[in-house]
Write a protein of this length. Structure first.
Length: 209
């Protein structure tokens, strides 16, 4: 996966009637009808489908990601319990396909949070009042934020800085662009050496060719 070190990008506030949307579940992020593929490309078509599409199938002009200034947003600011519901990994895949590599919220569902880290999305937890303030700034004329994983700091358009906590193990993997498989392959020489030694010490465990 792609390494995440620093991101400077427009932030899109996911709000409803001026308030951050809470309990946004994975079916809202990507509805079940878009889960018929294991391919990651093209999933942005289904991202927030019910929010961004009107009943007649046309784009909803009021949905944030349909607005011109947010179409290339790399940061999403959301409300509490983001990513709840099912464990579908298509949810972070769809966000990535949209170009969103950072989500900021007061809290996340555990499985979604874990899936973000495994797929290269930085999920940042900040207090509710901070997220509300960030959403307010993102809704202004300047909505460009800077996210620095090395220093663990979010810098707002007005220059204010907000530090965030992030598990050190997850942080190192994101900084180096290592998913679980790539992390395991870093020990490939040791694994191969162990397998060679095992063949010698316990040959009866080997399947006959």
């Amino acid at each position: 996966m792609k390494a995440f070190t620093k991101l400077r990008s427009t932030a899109a506030p996911l709000t409803d009637k001026g308030k951050l949307m809470v309990n946004v579940d994975t079916d809202m992020i990507i509805p079940k009808q878009f889960l018929k593929t294991t391919e990651r490309d093209g999933l942005s078509e289904g991202l927030f489908h019910e929010l961004k599409t009107l009943p007649d199938g046309s784009p909803n002009p009021d949905f944030v990601l349909n607005k011109p200034q947010y179409r290339d947003a790399g940061v999403l600011i959301a409300g509490e319990n983001f990513g709840c519901g099912s464990s579908r990994e298509h949810a972070p895949w769809a966000l990535l396909d949209q170009g969103i590599t950072c989500v900021i919220a007061p809290s996340f569902a555990d499985i979604f949070y874990n899936n973000c880290g495994k797929n290269g999305i930085l999920a940042i937890t900040l207090p509710l009042e901070v997220c509300e303030a960030l959403a307010g700034q993102a809704g202004g004329s300047n909505s460009v934020f800077e996210i620095d994983l090395e220093t663990k700091v979010v810098t707002t358009p007005d220059g204010a800085e907000h530090s965030f906590d992030y598990d050190e193990g997850r942080r190192e993997k994101l900084l180096k662009g290592l998913d679980d498989i790539a992390l395991t392959l870093q020990s490939e020489d040791s694994i191969s050496a162990y397998e060679s030694q095992r063949k010698l010490s316990t040959p009866w465990l080997e399947t006959a060719s």
